[in-house]
Design a protein around this ligand. Sequence first.
Ligand SMILES: [Zn+2]
Length: 434
Amino acid sequence: MIVTADWVLSVAGPAIRGGAVLTDADGRIEQVAPLDQVVASHPDDVVERFDGCAIIPGLVNAHTHVSLTVLSGLVPRMPMRPFLSHVTAAIQAMSHGDFAASAALGALESLRGGVTCVGDIAYGPASLTACAGLGLAGVFYFEVLGIEHGGLRAQLERHCFPLARGACAHGRARCGISPHAPYSVGPEPLQAAVEVARETGASLAVHVAESVAERELMLGRGGPLLEVSARLAHGFEAPGVGSVAYLARLGVLQDIVAIHCANLEPGDPNLLATARGVVLCPRSNVYLQNGTPPVAALREAGVRLAIGTDSPASNTDLDLFEEARALLALDRDLTPQRVLEMVTRDGARALALDDRLGALAPGLDADLTVVRIGETADPVAAVVATGGCETVQAVMTAGRWRIRDGRPVGDVSVIETRAAAARDVAARAIAAGP
Ligand SMILES: [Zn+2]
């Protein structure tokens, strides 16, 4: 199939006016070039034309919790500690079916917003199954916290985590591990997670320096998370340095994707340049009253930056374009081109999925998003300024259309009905209190 629009923004090379993407029968990209060149070499292929649009790579939302999508709007803006209690109450009340329904809704909303790949924190297999079922790629990080010394592998085995050598290093939807945070997982399980990841090829993601309360705790000033760490992080003692330096001392920083990094110490940006990447979630940080990440300092230190929405429990929606615009507002030297790279290529690199997606280039999966931008000479600026659920015209994952004319392909009413029931369960649990 040949997909063409006014512009093709491949991220792998310069913008192509009147460009086209040729996909093959295996769902891969075969060629990216001006339309006449592609048609000349493949005259019999069907041409799908999108006037007034730009074709960009499918977006990478590098930090989500799709199985918490039904919590959207249920937890008001509040600081970290009470927020965790509310979300935990909902998680404990939700069944496997509720998580599956919530994850399917999250996958659907992701597609509507042009996202074809997620870095997702998962509480079981529901997220991967639901997302893969709707064509999304991603890393599904199984979340661990409160693990006792020597208990990580047993915990992973109980949840059927693939522990064979290299088992997590291929496919579009891969398993990862997420030790929740430095204060909720002791030092031994953190280091054990790195060992398992090196064996299995799994990616690692950790919430790092997210809250004001986390900073207070790590620096030895106690605070509202002290009780949480005493209960969950076996063997943990406040190190007297920030979370980033603590993870560097443990020897795990270079293996992880650090999520948030909104409350850093001086010198942390340079340390974070050695990590796999940092995922910024500026709207979630504001929602939980955690300030904003030092975007310019991270960028200038050469940190690999990706962007995530976090879950709709701590945000208003899963709109990655809106998150990108929030980031642009924090750093006046950040350009729309750099932001577009962060939500595509750099996100894929942070998730170690850049062998499959993140750009429009031959050999990569045919994941693409078509955005209506109208007549413009600066398509990158137009995409970043106006992208969103309202302007995403079509989305393809691995060569198959998932969104056409701005709407999901196929009947999604079952997903919406089941998600509404799961939302009732979560709402009741949150209303009853922790
Ligand atoms: Zn999160």
